[in-house]
Design a protein around this ligand. Structure first.
Ligand SMILES: [Zn+2]
Length: 331
């Protein structure tokens, strides 16, 4: 890859504010001589425009330690003539997970617009005075300036759009937000656009930040919308999932939805309120899907149904889901 054998020489920021979708290393070579001349600036501007990126790192080829005079001369020539450009892109996304890296750095997993799940390194982000400290915390929705190398990103700047800091102030909301981030992190794919999941997570965090809105209900709606996005929505019609006959009272996770009296073995009786709540969430756009309330009985039933459904159809049982309900016992 282009980065191997290069070191960072300087940073060139584009004057124009470009929105970036692409992330790649520009392999163009530029003359180092006259790097800051007007002509070179124009050239770099043009490259920024073409790559739709906000800035470039100018890289210089690393030369080995030299001994002889002729080698030293060669080194000088290399430094003058050879450079490479590394594109800086603006990446918008939510921090799903943060992990310490080394003594002062951090690695974060971000669900990024247009890119899906990506790994990003924030150098020195655990230092108290780091400008990356705020933007690389869990739940943070940010515009990151970053450059990519071999599928990994290094953050050079993080502009916070929404920190969702309030989620940390209330245990119930925090537990639900941790679960939502964990769930998204587990099922999000690398290198594949998952913007609908990103929007759902954003909406869920916004609802969790609202005082008076039940965090457990927000979690269940998040799950319902997520299984809809994942394309494994249960059959909630009045027809049996097995035979197609009339079905109105039983739900079977294994059969994938409503079942008739005949095929009800292994199923659960489902209340009308629960059925209607599920149908409502599936039928509404994201902007409306959270706009209702349910009784505690319905919420409990939704919880049981979804726990089993996600386990069967996504092969997923997350500790953070239990934590959402059980942390109180630990206090
Ligand atoms: Zn049937």
């Amino acid at each position: 890859m282009i980065l191997k054998g290069y070191k960072k020489l300087s940073f060139f920021a584009s004057i124009d504010n470009h929105n970036s979708e692409k992330n790649s290393i520009v392999t163009n070579m530029v003359q180092k001589r006259g790097l800051y001349s007007y002509g070179t600036k124009l050239l770099l501007e043009q490259i920024c425009k073409k790559r739709q990126c906000a800035g470039l790192f100018i890289l210089q080829r690393n030369t080995k330690k030299t001994k002889t005079k002729s080698e030293r001369k060669q080194k000088t020539t290399d430094r003058r003539n050879v450079g490479a450009i590394l594109a800086i892109d603006t990446i918008r996304g939510i921090v799903l997970k943060e992990m310490p890296k080394g003594e002062t750095s951090k690695q974060v997993i971000v669900l990024a617009k247009g890119l899906g799940k990506i790994w990003m390194t924030a150098k020195g982000a655990r230092k108290q005075k780091s400008k990356l400290l705020a933007g690389t915390q869990m739940f943070c929705y940010c515009d990151f300036q970053a450059y990519e190398s071999r599928g990994f990103y290094t953050i050079s700047q993080a502009d916070v759009i929404e920190s969702f800091f309030d989620l940390r102030l209330d245990m119930d909301r925090l537990a639900s937000a941790i679960y939502a981030a964990d769930f998204a992190e587990r099922i999000a794919l690398r290198g594949m656009e998952q913007d609908s999941m990103l929007l759902l997570l954003l909406k869920t965090f916004q609802m969790l930040s609202k005082k008076g809105y039940s965090p457990l209900l927000a979690s269940r709606i998040f799950e319902l919308k997520l299984i809809q996005i994942a394309g494994i929505m249960p059959n909630m019609t009045e027809k049996c999932s097995v035979c197609g006959k009339r079905a109105s009272a039983y739900f079977s996770g294994a059969a994938g939805g409503m079942v008739c009296m005949e095929h009800r073995s292994g199923s659960k009786k489902i209340a009308d309120g629960t059925k209607n709540a599920m149908r409502f969430v599936f039928s509404q756009p994201l902007s409306n899907a959270f706009q209702f309330s349910v009784s505690s009985e319905v919420l409990k039933e939704l919880d049981e149904i979804l726990e089993q459904y996600i386990q069967i159809h996504m092969n997923l049982k997350l500790g953070t889901r239990d934590f959402e309900k059980k942390y109180k016992q630990l206090l």
